[in-house]
Design a protein around this ligand. Structure first.
Ligand code: FAD
Length: 384
């Protein structure tokens, strides 16, 4: 990009992860000229290491749940335009503890249960016998979710933003300072009237003092890709452990008894923050996880015990012996006590956006609509 092409932007977005790309889309749709700047040659952070699971059911009650429904609608609308395949839809939470059934029943009685259903043991086995473990007592079924293959979806989303929305991209470009209309980068200044900083879990490069106010830390997750089990999963699968981890269930009073039971039955799983998400890719392979270890800087040394717990939970929940491991990786995301995201305003022309709950693929578009509305004084909802 030459000097003359580095000026004339309305919005500079720092970060080409899903949160940055979501902001680029909403800003472009609002008629803004947008440049996205990232230090890496392509997205390589949490946004391509995740499950690509756009989750509604289980999100924290209230704002997060609403943001997830909106974000799911945007993904559903743009995926075909951007050439992104929706690999799976919906969710099956297979349950084997009576205490977990009580949580599922309580969940279904809330507004978040809309469209979801409970399948008893016999019906679950009749409908989805291939993933019903011998001890399964039933399953909570949700129709709301989508699943994309993030490692290919992110580059496709960026390419579509460039081709269909005229968004400019500067990769391999680190941003050192943000003071619109001047953005200082490792390739020289960029001119933009406003800036939206979406740095993922980089707490140090930009606005470090403002980020520190939110007291963020990081969470490290272990992930696995398993060979195809030889059949298609009917939907992404979760299990009992998920009901004490995902806030939409875990905040219900009934979750306490389940927590006590799981602490007695599966202490190593809880100690490693393990619960089960198993999703399937086009080639039949499974992305399975995950664990949660919290630190200001989680070391890259993931304990083997966490991986063993993930595979153990996969077998307990589905009755399927885990197929061979094809890939292993870790990812990190930002966390902050008491908030799932924040939109900070270092100045009138700058917004700093961080998802602090590991839900950026599920809430990013909804959050972006709020940021753009706030920054430009626009109505919140854009067309899907
Ligand atoms: C293993 C794992 C599984 C997950 N599963 C799910 C899931 O299934 N569903 C879900 O909704 N969420 C999931 N999450 C959470 C989700 O992936 C994150 O919330 C989301 O990806 C955060 O997106 P982001 O754009 O903020 O961050 P990132 O993807 O980390 O992107 C930030 C970008 O900013 C760039 N950057 C930062 N500072 C600068 C600078 N100064 N100059 C230039 N570039 C800069 C970085 O290079 C990076 O590319 C998961 C996360 C992990 C790690």
């Amino acid at each position: 990009m030459g000097d003359s092409q580095r000026s004339g932007f309305d919005v500079a977005v720092v970060g080409a992860g899903i949160v940055g790309l979501a902001h680029a889309l909403v800003a472009a749709r609002a008629g803004k000229r947008v440049v996205v700047i990232d230090r890496d040659p392509r997205a390589n952070g949490a946004s391509i290491r995740n499950f690509g699971f756009i989750t509604v059911t289980g999100q924290e009650r209230g704002e997060s749940w609403a943001l997830a429904r909106r974000t799911r609608d945007v993904w559903a609308a743009i995926a075909p335009e951007a050439g992104i395949a929706v690999e799976q839809r919906g969710l099956i939470v297979t349950l084997r503890h009576a205490e977990a059934i009580a949580v599922a029943e309580a969940f279904l009685a809330t507004e978040m249960g809309e469209g979801c259903e409970w399948l008893g043991a016999a019906e679950f086995r009749a409908r989805h016998g291939e993933i019903a473990a011998p001890g399964a007592l039933g399953a909570l079924i949700s129709p709301h979710e989508l699943r994309v293959e993030s490692r290919t979806a992110l580059p496709k989303l960026a390419a579509w933003l460039k081709d269909a929305h005229g968004v400019a991209f500067m990769f391999e470009t680190a941003v050192h300072a943000v003071a619109p209309p001047r953005i200082e980068t490792s390739r020289g200044p960029v001119q933009a009237e406003t800036a939206i900083v979406c740095p993922g879990d980089d707490f140090a490069s930009l606005f470090a003092d403002r980020i520190a106010v939110y007291r963020p830390r990081r969470c490290r997750l272990s992930m696995l890709r398993l060979a195809s089990p030889g059949f298609r999963l009917p939907a992404p699968v979760m299990s009992d452990l998920s009901l004490v981890r995902y806030a939409g269930y875990a905040a219900l009073p009934q979750a306490q008894a389940l927590r006590t039971r799981l602490a007695a039955d599966q202490p190593a799983h809880l100690a490693n923050g393990v619960h089960l998400i198993a999703v399937q890719s086009a080639d039949g392979s499974l992305v399975v996880g995950d664990s949660h270890h919290y630190d200001d800087l989680p070391p890259p040394f993931a304990p083997a015990e966490a991986e063993a717990c993930i595979l153990d939970e996969f077998q307990r929940a589905t009755g399927i012996a885990p197929p061979p491991v094809q890939e292993r990786w870790v990812g990190t995301y930002a966390v902050a006590d008491g908030r799932s995201y924040f939109i900070d305003a270092p100045s009138d022309a700058v917004r700093l956006v961080m998802v602090t709950s590991g839900t950026g693929a599920s809430t990013g578009f909804g959050i972006a609509e709020r940021t753009i509305a706030d920054l430009f004084g626009l109505e919140t909802k854009a067309a899907p």
